[in-house]
Design a binder for this molecule. Structure first.
Ligand SMILES: Cc1cc2nc3c(=O)[nH]c(=O)nc-3n(C[C@H](O)[C@H](O)[C@H](O)COP(=O)(O)OP(=O)(O)OC[C@H]3O[C@@H](n4cnc5c(N)ncnc54)[C@H](O)[C@@H]3O)c2cc1C
Length: 305
């Protein structure tokens, strides 16, 4: 495939992190091209919360507004579609996707993919009444009978965390031993043993869960901590150092959002375990500015910051 587009910087992923990075680069009058297939992590939720100035606005609208702001700059471009590979090195990266792009630098902002437990009915509730993050949707779901679906160690801590949003918590042991029983000793908390076999819902609005023995536990909200994995393999392909935690993996970056590979920057959920749209945008903001400084030879050597 011949090269169709040449750019100073190619940004993979045009959501909170990628758009913020591209905005900084466009304002530095860099030729920046964004490539995105439209599968942002919070696409299951109708509203985005905790985003200053945009609290409660839909993820689609925030992305559309952000893209329009970026594309108002004449040196910015956007391609819709999936990137299949990234090869090369600083000064000559080749990005294969909807078009073949040659770029001096790349910013990886393709996010994480959530891996949910395989429980019938759960996916339909995801982002509506079943969530991982109480800061994102806990306010809207507050004071309801709320389930906490345990999937490993550390959940007693999460039960205490959720006390900010409900006094009526059902701790669904789901076959996992309780690691810190003292942390569960609070009024309004009920422990339920047994594996969760099904989530009951109507159009994503949960009404309860069915246990393996057939018992039904009523509830109107559910929290769980799933696992996650990078939404694409490019950081691994390029040889970037990664950080492993029990829930998943993310790309290791320094304070300038540099990965361990020269010319490769990363930002957003791909670089952290705390999923947050404003935090992703902040990382993108730094990645865009630092990438421009790298092109100018202004960044200190890695490790010397
Ligand atoms: C259900 C749910 C609700 C949430 N609600 C909130 C909330 O209310 N407030 C909040 O602050 N946070 C919320 N979050 C967290 C928030 O979604 C993330 O922190 C945020 O989306 C991260 O932004 P990002 O730019 O790093 O990645 P993403 O938003 O995930 O964007 C990554 C982009 O990369 C693209 N991409 C991936 N692979 C490729 C490829 N190979 N080629 C081309 N493009 C590719 C995707 O299409 C996507 O557009 C929620 C998360 C979930 C799961």
């Amino acid at each position: 495939m011949p090269v169709h587009t040449t750019a100073d910087v190619a940004v993979i992923g045009a959501s909170f992190a990628g758009l913020s990075a591209a905005l900084m680069l466009a304002r530095a009058r860099r030729r920046v091209v964004l490539v995105d297939e439209g599968l942002n992590r919070n696409r299951f939720a109708s509203h985005s919360h905790g985003v200053l100035g945009l609290d409660g606005v839909s993820p689609d609208e925030i992305r559309a507004r952000g893209l329009a702001e970026v594309l108002a700059y004449p040196t910015a471009g956007h391609l819709t579609g999936r990137v299949g590979s990234i090869t090369g090195s600083a000064g000559a990266f080749i990005i294969e996707g909807p078009e073949m792009i040659r770029a001096d630098r790349v910013i990886l902002a393709y996010g994480q993919r959530d891996i949910l437990p395989e429980i019938p009915g759960l996916v339909a509730c995801w982002g509506i009444t079943a969530n991982a993050c109480p800061y994102c949707h806990g306010y809207e779901l507050a004071d309801r009978t709320t389930g906490l679906l345990v999937s490993g160690p550390g959940f007693a801590h999460q039960a205490r965390h959720l006390s900010a949003w409900t006094d009526d918590l059902v701790y669904l042991e789901n076959g996992h031993p309780v690691d810190d029983p003292g942390a569960l000793d609070r009024p309004g908390l009920r422990r339920v043993a047994g594996r969760v076999a099904q989530v009951l819902h109507e159009a994503g609005v949960i009404s309860g869960v069915v246990l393996a023995d057939g018992a039904i536990v009523p509830m109107q909200a559910l929290y769980l901590q799933g696992r996650f994995e990078p939404a694409a393999p490019f950081a691994d392909d390029l040889g970037c150092a990664m950080t492993q935690i029990p829930a998943g993996r993310f790309v290791s970056v320094d304070m300038f959002q540099r990965t361990s590979i020269p010319g490769v920057f990363a930002a957003g959920d791909l670089t952290r375990s705390f999923a947050s749209a404003p935090a992703a945008a902040a990382g993108g903001n730094m990645a865009g500015a630092a990438c421009n400084q790298d092109l100018l030879g202004l960044l200190p050597p890695p490790g010397g910051a």
